[in-house]
Design a protein around this ligand. Structure first.
Ligand code: ATP
Ligand code: MG
Ligand code: MG
Ligand code: MG
Length: 481
């Protein structure tokens, strides 16, 4: 099943259960002081959960662009090292918004659980015996008990040997340090070979970060709000918030062992192989680099297409860091000495522009900005790497000074996480505290000099909300304002 079809089937399934299909909200947030990027499907619906405003319909479904590179949900270090965490990914979701004035509006655990099971096993035809589900065991700290309601519902569908209990870390979903939250039930899949399955039950590998026993869907039962001081209060109504990793689902349905082997990534990887004259699957080091670049170009292109350009502050700096990380992976492991990442944009736009038309309309902007960033960083990258080698040679105690890392940042444009990553590859630590001190001193100096900084937002033509007519048809029929 092609990825396009996977996305449509999900949305159509929930449409058949009276959900309205809505477009993804932006991935880069402009007005939320608590969050820089959308990190889950629920972010755009936060106000509905809190009861501050009402949704246009009580049931919605969508595929949300997410980015997990900062704050509570930060997967940057995993990306490329494993085969199932991305920086930017799509989260398929179905939503039910309760109404405090009318308790009959909306659905809760029963429907969410039964429909998830129906979709996976009857529509997508995943073998039920490969699926494991988890239930919140409770948390003393929050004075919450076992989620018996979810447990009973699952027991009616799944034998107990495939039900796992999870603590607050795995089975209590929170958007950030504060905000809407609630217990959740996750669905995991075991895609190991028969022989491997016989050796060890999948149950023991759920929650173990095993690359072939992975979480695919999280059903969150939203009913609390975490206050800034840490306590939980009941939300005015109960809601359903689910999130399924689109790329992981594609991996399962396409019978692959890695998200990067699905048609979401193979066009990018094939193009990368062509441009850089490397072959994917030959060595672990080049494979990691190829995965990182195929992943990072998506994060960067989606961000630029929304108007968030790489820059030196805030979200723009996060995007710059991601791109520079990709450039260095290419330079060191794929031997790319010239700009090349921008060449992937056209493949990405071709492949995903149907579902996300901003990738088509802003293709040239994405290419130009990425190319310029690449050229500018490549000018200093080589010298910076030489300096870093010298620093490593001079370091006796395995911890590199933050002052030296600051010099790399200031003179050669090495973001701190990049320096830390390279040092890690070489078995060294970094004194990040000292780096922070240096950075702060520099900021104080430049503040004193009242420097004017240029904005990092580009006004792109936004798609008209009312023009949204579905993820399949966008390409052909939507007029760009
Ligand atoms: P994991 O435990 O694998 O890190 P999670 O529990 O952090 O996942 P949730 O916050 O529950 O993830 O998000 C809902 C779903 O989104 C997950 O079940 C998974 O399928 C998908 N997902 C989460 N993080 C990523 C990521 N970095 N890349 C791709 N898909 C992801
Ligand atoms: Mg995670
Ligand atoms: Mg998890
Ligand atoms: Mg989860």
């Amino acid at each position: 099943m092609k990825s396009q079809e996977v996305r449509s089937k999900f949305l159509e399934f929930f449409e058949s259960k009276s959900h309205k299909i809505v477009p993804s909200a932006p991935m880069v947030l402009k007005d939320d002081p608590t969050l820089m990027f959308t990190n889950a499907g629920m972010v755009q619906f936060k106000e509905y959960f809190l009861g501050n405003s009402k949704a246009s319909a009580s049931r919605l479904t969508d595929s949300q662009k997410c980015l997990r590179v900062s704050g509570k949900h930060n997967d940057l270090e995993e990306v490329g090292m494993d085969t199932y965490h991305h920086t930017m990914f799509e989260m398929l979701g179905n939503w039910s918004f309760g109404d405090p004035d009318n308790s009959s509006v909306g659905y809760f655990k029963k429907e969410a659980i039964n429909w998830a099971w129906e979709l996976l096993t009857e529509v997508f035809k995943i073998a039920p015996e490969d699926l494991y589900v988890s239930v919140f065991e409770g948390s003393k700290e929050d004075k919450l008990g076992l989620d018996t309601e979810a447990l009973e519902l699952w027991k009616a569908i799944v034998p107990e040997e495939r039900i796992v209990y999870g603590d607050k870390k795995d089975n209590f979903w929170e958007m950030g340090e504060q905000g809407p939250c609630g217990p959740c039930s996750e669905i995991h899949i075991d895609i190991r070979s028969k022989a491997e399955k016989a050796k060890k039950p999948g149950k023991e590998l759920v929650n173990e970060d095993h690359p072939q026993v992975v979480e695919i869907w999280n059903l969150v039962f939203m009913q609390y709000n975490r206050k800034a001081e840490g306590s939980l209060v009941d939300l005015p109504a109960k809601h359903i918030d689910t999130g399924m990793g689109f790329e992981r689902l594609c991996m399962v349905l396409q019978g692959k062992q890695s998200n990067y082997d699905t048609d979401v990534f193979t066009p990018l990887i094939t193009e990368l192989e062509k441009i850089t004259k490397n072959t994917y699957g030959k060595s672990e080091k080049t494979d990691i680099a190829i995965r990182v670049i195929a992943d990072h170009v998506r994060a960067v292109a989606f961000s630029i297409a929304e108007g968030q350009l790489p820059s030196n502050t805030g979200a723009g700096y996060v995007i710059r860091r991601i791109l520079r990380r990709a450039i260095r992976y290419g330079f060191t492991f794929l031997d790319t000495k010239e700009a090349f990442i921008y060449k992937l944009v056209s493949v990405l736009s071709e492949q995903m522009g149907g579902a996300f038309p901003e990738l088509k309309s802003q293709k040239n902007l994405c290419e130009n900005v990425i190319k310029e960033e690449e050229q500018s960083f490549l000018r200093t990258l080589e010298q910076g790497l030489v300096l870093l080698e010298n620093i490593i040679a001079e370091t006796n105690n395995k911890t590199v000074s933050g002052k030296k890392a600051f010099e790399l940042y200031d003179t050669f444009g090495f973001p701190i996480d990049l320096t830390a990553l390279i040092l890690r590859e070489r078995g060294f630590d970094l004194d990040e505290k000292e780096f922070e001190t240096q950075l702060k001193e520099q900021k104080d100096r430049s503040r004193a000099a009242t420097q004017v900084t240029a904005g990092d937002w580009e006004e792109v033509n936004p798609l008209k909300q009312e023009a949204f007519i579905g993820y399949d048809h966008l390409e052909a029929e939507v007029n760009i304002a």
